[in-house]
Design a protein around this ligand. Structure first.
Ligand SMILES: Cc1cc2nc3c(=O)[nH]c(=O)nc-3n(C[C@H](O)[C@H](O)[C@H](O)COP(=O)(O)OP(=O)(O)OC[C@H]3O[C@@H](n4cnc5c(N)ncnc54)[C@H](O)[C@@H]3O)c2cc1C
Length: 412
């Protein structure tokens, strides 16, 4: 009987929520009755949205209701508004309430434009605007066009800006647009420095080879008199088009603790600090790098802890963040690994995949699940990966902001 089982409520049908659902199904089995809640009916594989302007294919979507059903869970298409932690209840966006024994909050972050005067890469419409920009440039190839790709200071996952710049450059070359130039503006000390020096060197080399300029270590902000200003130097950002990643705010779930930006503080088992029986994973937490692979690792740590407390025979492992990234370039592939664990030096570069299946998000459960039901099984994908692996310090949960994603982790 479902009602006799412990009630686990997963809020969020994104990367963290789905990984948690798959992991709990595997680890806790019939010990728990799972409800999956999300306001949207579908899971959307956001990391692949960078390809849409160039392929005209929207990122992969999966309907959540049949997935939940197949995994013995129920799907409730509602958002949570508030958690009544004393009563073990969540309040939904229609005012109804659901009881839980354990809740796992994976509701993501809240992306918002960082600049009023830029094309923020956020929605499907933005993706079409990039496609339209290239079409416009192709219609007038003799007109000089400079495209700025900007990472706002508050965005901690810069990889998509490099993908957009590389794929724009690639498409411009295919279209013979010799007067279109691309420049990346980023607060990182060097491109993808969070992955370590080997990755940075490889990415910098790739960008150089593709003729993409980089202004690293700079911050872009809106000037008082309008326009975008680059500091240091306080010069005007001169470009015909500006494409920016969004800034990310926390979800500020009422009833749960959050920092000043609305992100939930968690410990090494992804338990929300100061609250009983509530876990959180993914972009909505205070972990400084908001990335899908890390979201799955937090979800796994939570799922193991939850399964063990309901009697599963396992030794729950704390969240040990390992950053894995796959850079879509529209062309050549290059794989790198960089393990800082134990001070192993600067890492290595390889043409091989670093994890399998080689999905963009390297979730223990999510990647094989996506692979098992892959919509496209193209042995020769048009986009080839740059893969990078780096272990992050384990003491992040004590001082999460000690890890500055724009500087890169410290090497012992
Ligand atoms: C363009 C782009 C490229 C990226 N590339 C990569 C990459 O290459 N590799 C990588 O690892 N990561 C990448 N990321 C980051 C990755 O997508 C995020 O880190 C990841 O999606 C975070 O997972 P999440 O589950 O926390 O949030 P999300 O995946 O955003 O899911 C949030 C879920 O919560 C639901 N929700 C929202 N509000 C509520 C509510 N109140 N109640 C219940 N449910 C709610 C949403 O509908 C959604 O189902 C990329 C992101 C972008 C935007």
């Amino acid at each position: 009987m479902v009602s006799e089982r412990s009630q686990v409520l997963i809020a969020g049908g994104g990367i963290a929520g789905l990984e948690a659902l798959l992991a709990l199904h595997d680890l806790a089995g019939d010990r728990v009755a799972i409800s999956l809640l999300a306001p949207e009916p579908d899971f959307s594989y956001k990391p692949l949205s960078v390809e849409e302007p160039f392929s005209s294919q929207p990122p992969e979507h999966r309907a959540l209701a049949p997935v939940a059903e197949e995994l013995g869970a129920r799907f409730v298409q509602r958002g949570i508004e508030r958690v009544l932690t004393d009563d073990h209840l969540v309040e939904l966006d229609d005012g109804s309430r659901l009881a839980y024994d354990v809740a796992l909050i994976g509701v993501g972050g809240r992306p918002r434009p960082a600049f009023g005067q830029a094309l923020t890469f956020r929605t499907p419409e933005d993706r079409w605007r990039i496609a339209a920009l290239l079409k416009e440039a192709a219609a007038d190839p003799d007109v000089r066009r400079s495209v700025a790709f900007v990472v706002p200071a508050s965005n901690t996952w810069p990889l998509p800006i490099y993908e957009l710049a590389l794929m724009t450059g690639r498409r411009a070359a295919e279209l013979g647009l010799r007067k279109l130039s691309c420049t990346v503006f980023t607060p990182e000390a060097a491109p993808l420095i969070v992955f370590g020096s080997v990755a940075t060197e490889a990415v910098s080399e790739l960008l150089r080879a593709r003729g993409i300029a980089v202004r690293a270590g700079v911050r872009v902000h809106e000037g008082a008199a309008g326009g975008l200003i680059v500091t240091p130097g306080d010069e005007r950002l001169e470009a015909t088009d500006v494409i920016a990643l969004p800034a990310l705010e926390g979800p500020k779930i009422a009833g749960l603790p959050s920092d000043e930006q609305g992100f939930m503080p968690i410990d090494e088992y992804a338990r929300v600090k100061g609250v009983d029986d509530v876990y959180a994973a993914g972009d909505g937490t205070t972990f400084p790098i908001k990335q899908g692979g890390l979201a799955t690792q937090q979800a796994d740590a939570a799922a193991e802890h939850i399964a063990a407390r309901f009697g599963a025979d396992l030794d729950p492992q704390p969240f040990h963040p390992v950053l894995r990234g796959m850079l879509l370039t529209g062309e050549e592939s290059l794989s790198l690994s960089h393990s800082l664990a134990g001070g192993e030096g600067e890492g290595s570069a390889s043409a091989d995949y670093l994890w399998w299946p080689p999905h963009k998000v390297s979730g223990r459960y999510l990647a094989p699940w996506l692979e098992g039901r892959a919509v496209h099984r193209d042995p020769e994908p048009p986009s080839r990966p740059l893969e990078v692996e780096v272990a992050l310090p384990t003491e992040w949960h004590e001082q999460p902001m000690a890890l500055d994603p724009h500087r890169g982790p410290e090497v012992d």
